[in-house]
Design a protein around this ligand. Sequence first.
Ligand code: PEP
Length: 264
Amino acid sequence: MRKPLIAGNWKMNTDSQSAAALARSISDQSPGYGAVDLLVCPPYCYLKTVSAVLAGGTVLLGAQDMFHEANGAFTGEISAAMLKDCGATHVILGHSERRHILGETDQAVNKKTLAAHQAGLIPIVCVGELLSEREAGQTAQVIRRQFDGSLAGLSAELMAATVIAYEPVWAIGTGKVATPQQAEEVHADLRKLIAERYNAATADRVRILYGGSVKPDNAAELLGQSDVDGALVGGASLKADDFLAIAAAGTLLAGDDVTRPQNA
Ligand code: PEP
């Protein structure tokens, strides 16, 4: 069974004090949530602060983006090795805000995904359709195109170690959540696609998170879907109680019968 992952994307929020306090609150309460993996992704500049707070505990640390090059003249960018140096084990890539506000392409996400793995960071690669694409009946096509573009060139082993986040763009930060059936349909299709491109055993190992207005009151139903292996949480991850209430929904569903993916 895949161990659920509950990931908090803090986006461009918090300051050094509130980031440390939020991490402290989550970390202090984390022993009750051993059946799920908890991950927080603060802004770059607070990674070290949060890493120090999380030290010795089980809450994982991730970043919200990175550049694919290892070093050099790339003003304003940050590399996978630098993130690791700050204590990160995970990195969110291809978030819809980067795709649609900052113009990031599948090819750029692909380079970052390969570079993250090369450096030993676990990428959480986001895919998701716009409302207009859903309304035009193009959801499966868009997701498949993003999958093939963003995740090209991975071995089966690296694919299994990759986390995918299905985040319908129309559900992010809007309060409009996908129904559990809508989420499951896309997650099941993604898993089928992984089985087609690789094999069933690899598809069975990949964790596929749902993201888009996940809140304490809708988490249990979403996480109860058989192909939903956790959540990528934006707004609700900024309050420790809400984030942990979502984690509690995952914990209940996971029970104790969970195993950590080999390379997570
Ligand atoms: C996100 O930022 O990935 C996200 C899903 O945001 P929210 O939970 O606020 O919709």
